[in-house]
Ligand binder design. Structure first.
Ligand SMILES: O=c1ccn([C@@H]2O[C@H](COP(=O)(O)O)[C@@H](O)[C@H]2O)c(=O)[nH]1
Length: 283
């Protein structure tokens, strides 16, 4: 049977697992439990154990491609990991975090890599090369696209907060606001677009929600980066399928011993409950 489109997958996973939590899969070899560290497929083995332990507590998984591509043989382990998620948790969509952005001909190759090679359900993109760097991904209308809008890092201010003075928007519109407005209009011809907004900037998150009332927002920055989970829900929630809150290190490194997967499950459960407690009505 054909998989539903990303928005429906996300909505279904959120309802089924009663969860807004996305677990980020960012395996750093020096932080893996000792028992796994020397295994040739340690990245896969670690992430697969986290997936198995948390699949009924999350609405998505988000592997960050750099943690795999940085190591010889790592991309093959990422391919294996996506196949594993598909086999053990077909109801949970996978957002490949690659933050791609390039001219159209190269973008077409990145799209093929994400959606055909890895079989990801959604992909993060940097939109700062403009519409022709995004349009090749529209050839995969079933897959989700999350455009970087207001990122979680302090340096995001350097460009994303710049006021614009051109005729295409209201005077003083910030660059991140322009991205949100475009994503909610001409940059979303197939209803597949979402935005990345950091949990560390709840005011901007609320502003993005005003500008893009129905778009899914992928919100990294709770846990290790200190974002407030309840504030994220208050600012970003607009109904099932509209808010995905990512935590990577706070979940995957919750434990470091042989019980690391159980520790990850407990951390995911606690974060899921914290997010749910901030919802006005249960999922
Ligand atoms: O603005 C952004 C965009 C992406 N990320 C990514 O999310 C995770 C966050 O990891 P934590 O361990 O929960 O801090 C990581 O993969 C980043 O590359 C982000 O942090 N901010």
């Amino acid at each position: 049977m054909a998989r539903p489109d990303f928005r429906h997958q996300l909505e279904q996973a959120q309802r089924q697992n009663r969860s807004l939590l996305c677990v980020g899969l960012d395996p750093e070899p020096s932080r893996l439990p000792e028992a796994l560290r020397d295994q040739p497929d340690a990245l896969f083995a670690f992430c697969a154990a986290i997936v198995d332990a948390t699949a009924d507590r999350v609405c998505a998984f988000k592997p960050q491609i750099a943690y795999f591509a940085a190591h010889s043989g790592g991309e093959a382990q990422l391919e294996r990991l996506l196949a594993h998620i598909r086999a053990v948790a077909p109801q949970v969509p996978v957002i490949l975090d690659a933050k791609r952005g390039d001219i159209g001909s190269t973008a077409a190759q990145y799209a093929r890599e994400a959606f055909e090679r890895y079989g990801a359900d959604a992909l993060t993109l940097s939109p700062y090369m403009g519409s022709d760097s995004i349009s090749p991904y529209w050839d995969y209308p079933q897959r989700g696209l999350f455009l970087l809008c207001r990122t979680s890092n302090p340096g995001g201010d350097d460009l994303q907060q710049l006021p614009l003075q051109d005729a295409a928007g209201p005077p003083g519109e910030r660059l991140y606001e322009r991205v949100a407005r475009l994503a909610a209009s001409q940059w979303d011809p197939h209803g597949q677009t979402g935005l990345v907004v950091g949990a560390t900037y709840p005011q901007e998150l609320a502003r993005v929600r005003e500008l893009a009332p129905g778009l899914p927002l992928l919100v990294p920055g709770v846990g290790a980066q200190g974002g407030d989970a309840a504030a994220v829900v208050r600012a970003g929630w607009a109904g099932p399928g509209t808010l995905v809150v990512n935590a990577s290190r706070a979940v995957i490194y919750a434990g470091s011993g042989t019980d690391f997967a159980q520790a990850a499950r407990a951390a995911a459960q606690a974060l899921r409950d914290e997010l749910n407690a901030a919802l006005a009505a249960p999922l």
